[in-house]
Design a protein around this ligand. Sequence first.
Ligand SMILES: O=C(O)[C@H]1O[C@H](OP(=O)(O)OP(=O)(O)OC[C@H]2O[C@@H](n3ccc(=O)[nH]c3=O)[C@H](O)[C@@H]2O)[C@H](O)[C@@H](O)[C@@H]1O
Length: 441
Amino acid sequence: MRALEDDLFPSTPGKVKIERAGGGAMAMNRQLHRCFASTSTMFLWALFLVAMTASYLSFQSFVDTSSKYFAASWGGLHWERQIRASAAVRRPPGSAAGAGMSVLVTGAAGFVGTHCSLALRKRGDGVVGIDNFNSYYDPSLKKARKALLTSHGVFVVEGDINDGRLLAKLFDVVPFTHVLHLAAQAGVRYAMENPASYVHSNVAGLVTLLEACKNADPQPAIVWASSSSVYGLNDKVPFSEADRTDQPASLYAATKKAGEEITHSYNHIYGLSITGLRFFTVYGPWGRPDMAYFSFTRNILQGKPITVYRGKNHVDLARDFTYIDDIVKGCLGSLDTAGRSTGTGGKKRGPAPYRIFNLGNTSPVTVPTLVSILEKHLRVKAKKHVIEMPGNGDVPFTHANISLARQQLGYKPTTNLDAGLKKFVKWYLSYYGYTRGSKNL
Ligand SMILES: O=C(O)[C@H]1O[C@H](OP(=O)(O)OP(=O)(O)OC[C@H]2O[C@@H](n3ccc(=O)[nH]c3=O)[C@H](O)[C@@H]2O)[C@H](O)[C@@H](O)[C@@H]1O
C-alpha cells in the first residue's frame, strides 16, 4: 500500500519520505533505483509543469486575440456604410479646389487631427478618422473632439494604427486618395518616462500604416507630421530643411527623424508619395493639455505655481509657436500639392515625390513672454517657479525658415502668439466652464 502510494504520488509537496532500515546491496540498490526514479519523475513533473505553463500562455494569448477580435469596435455592413458615407466627396462639381479627395486622417481625435478633419470636411472633401483614444492625456477631451467631428459628418474609427487588419479593411472599403498621418506619441519630455510608447506609435505604427498604403490599390499620397524637434542641437538659425538633423536631443525627436528615413525608404522602394511636415510647437483651441501653454493656463487659473525652465547662463528658452489655423492651411496645402503615388500591387511604377517642409511661424517668443501674454488674457498673475532646464530632451530654441513651404504650398502664417493665445484662452474658459466676472476670475 505504501509503495503504491509512493508510486502514484511520488513527490507530493511537503511529504517527507522516511527510509525504512534495510541491509546491504539490496538496500543500496533500492535506494539508487528510488533516487533514479525520483529524479526521472521530478523531470517528468517539470516537463508537465512546463507544458502546462506553455499551454496556459498560448490559451491566454488565444483568449486575448479572440477577445480583441470579437470585441473589435469595427466591421459589419453598417460600419462599412458609415465609412463610405464619411469618405464621400461632397464638393460642388466645378468648384475652384478641384475634384475633391478622400482622406484617411490618423489621430483624428487629436489636436491637429480634429482641426484638419473639420477643415477638409468644410470644403467638401471626404474624411474618415482613426484614433486609439489612448490616455496619454485626458481621453474625455478626445471624446469631445470626436463628438464635434461626428456633428460635422466625420466618422472616427476607434482603432490603432498598429492594427494592420483594420487598416487593410479601411482601404478595402474606400479607395482613399490621401492619408493625413497625424497619429503619434507626442511630447518631448514624456519620452524619458515611457520610451516604448514612442517606438510603438512613431516607428512600429508608422511602418504598419505604410505597409497598408503600399498594398492599397490605388496607393494614397501620404502627408504626415514630423517635428521641429528633428533639428535637435542644430544652432544654425533659422532652421532650414537642408540643415543637419542628425543630432536629436530626445527619443521623441529620434523617432520623428526615424520616421523621415522610414518614409523615404517606402517612397524609394514602393513609389509612395510622401510629404513630411516639421511642425513648430503648435497651439490653439482644442489643444493638447500636456503642452506648456495649456498646463500653464490650467495652473494659473487654479492658483497653482508653474515651472518655467531657463537655459544655460540664464538665457530664456524660446519657441517658434505656431497657431493651429496656420498649420491647418499648411496641411491642406500639402494635400493639395502632393503628387500621386506611382505603385500598384506593392510595386513601384515610377518615381514619386518625397518632400519635407517646415511649418513654423518664423518669430520665436521666449517662455516668460508666453507666460506674460497668458497672464494678460487670463487677467490672473502666475506664480512662477523658475528653474534651470533639466536635461530632459528640451532644446533651447526653435526658429523656422519657411521659404520652401511658402514657395511650394503657398504657406503664410498670419496669427501671432498674442492673437492666437487670446483665441485659446477664450476657448479654454468656455470649454472648462469659467465665466468672466465670477469669483475665480
Ligand atoms: O515643435 C515641436 O516639434 C514640438 O513642440 C512641442 O514641444 P515643445 O516645444 O517642447 O512644447 P511645450 O512642451 O509646450 O514646451 C514649450 C516650452 O515651454 C517650456 N516648458 C515646458 C513645460 C514646463 O513645465 N515649463 C517650461 O518652461 C519648454 O522647455 C519649452 O521651451 C510638442 O509638445 C511636440 O509634440 C512637438 O513635436
